[in-house]
Design a protein around this ligand. Structure first.
Ligand SMILES: [Zn+2]
Length: 377
């Protein structure tokens, strides 16, 4: 089935000489404008007078004790420093780590500023429904195993800080080997008392269902599912939430502090759905084989994710609603209003609602995700 090729394209197929910034954007570039001046300029000249276009964002890198250096294989820019990078946040409307537009007339604007300036342009029929862009997207390099963790649901408000939402998340495996492992859900019959006992005696892993993932596997982790993973690189799409309850940390010590990381056992125990048995890889649904292979990977209340693979031109996006494209391998050009927007491996492009559907022209074989916000039921 999907197995191998998440992408299988040779690095040599990339056109490194491709011009990243479309020519029109070099006129009147904002590159030299300082943050202060930019803020003033935006206030004086409302952003809603500047038409939105497909936005590419700069990755935001995060140190993690379990991280590595493999994200350099999946992103177009080199990794900073030489320490363990666990996460690259590629689309984030968080106050602490806001995504910033990388190119074009709105270069330097945060996604929050765009949403405040013109929610209709950005969010279309979802304008006013969310106070922040509702999805957070990351590349993760779990060289070592993550903590055993759980996230609350939207309904578990006692465990959500004000303004936060629950966290349903999904992973697409980009690199896996024989040492890779995904733990998701509980083995049948595990009770709260059993689980608590295993936290104390260090045998939690024995209570978790697990499997050895393959490159190209997708897994959907609804809020309340106990999970962890290690020895792999994944792309993650999730609700825009940063609430994680760490139940067990394998005896890890954070090299930065010399201390174990804090656990949140009581909160985590309260948020675990003990009816959630083993969770395995999703079965992709083939929706089309032409002009490119289009597979639906994830369907949840919070996001829908398709994987598109092929070398033929294809229409992406949808009118009046935002969509996000994540290029996993290869290269393509997106055409909007006569301007070509390059999309290369590791690039994440947000198509604002006002952009709607547009034409995607692969340059050779390309593999990318298209992610949508579903309409409420
Ligand atoms: Zn998680």
């Amino acid at each position: 089935m999907i197995s191998t090729v998440i992408c299988g394209l040779n690095e040599a197929t990339r056109t490194d000489s491709a011009v990243r910034v479309p020519a029109p954007f070099r006129v009147g570039s904002t590159m030299s404008i300082t943050t202060d001046i930019r803020t003033k300029r935006l206030n004086q000249s409302p952003m809603n007078q500047i038409p939105m276009y497909p936005f590419r964002f700069e990755p935001i890198y995060q140190y993690r004790i379990w991280g590595g250096r493999r994200l350099s294989n999946f992103l177009s820019a080199p990794l900073p420093g030489d320490g363990p990078i666990g996460e690259a946040w590629v689309l984030s409307d968080r106050d602490d780590f806001p995504s910033v537009v990388a190119d074009g007339p709105l270069k330097g604007s945060t996604i929050e500023q765009l949403n405040q300036a013109s929610p209709e342009q950005l969010m279309g029929r979802f304008a006013g429904r969310f106070n922040r862009f509702p999805l957070l997207m990351k590349f993760l390099d779990a060289r070592d195993v993550l903590s055993v963790q759980v996230h609350p649901s939207d309904q578990q408000t006692d465990y959500l800080p004000k303004g936060e939402q629950g966290k349903t998340e999904a992973w697409l495996v980009l690199e896996a080997g024989s040492e890779s492992r995904i733990y998701a859900g509980l083995k049948p019959g595990v009770t709260p008392a059993d689980f608590r006992q295993r936290i104390d005696d260090g045998s939690v892993a024995d209570a978790l269902a697990s499997f050895t993932p393959s490159t190209g596997d997708g897994i959907l982790l609804k809020a309340g599912t106990v999970h962890t993973m290690g020895g792999l690189v994944v792309f993650e799409v999730q609700q825009n939430s940063d609430v994680t309850f760490r139940l067990y940390d394998w005896g890890h010590v954070d090299a930065k502090t010399g201390q174990p990381r804090p656990l949140h056992i009581d909160q985590g125990m309260a948020c675990i759905d003990f009816t959630r048995g083993p969770v395995g890889p999703v079965a992709p649904i083939v929706e089309a084989e032409t002009p490119v292979l289009r597979e639906k990977l994830f369907l949840s209340d919070y996001f829908v994710t398709w994987r598109l693979t092929g070398d033929s031109p294809v229409i992406v996006g949808e009118d009046e609603t935002p969509r996000v494209l994540v290029c996993l391998d290869g290269e393509a050009q997106l055409e909007h209003e006569g301007v070509n927007y390059p999309m290369r491996k590791g690039d994440v492009l947000l198509l604002p609602a006002v952009v709607g559907s547009c034409f995607c022209q692969p340059i050779g074989k390309v593999c990318f995700l298209e992610i949508a916000i579903p309409d409420p039921n």
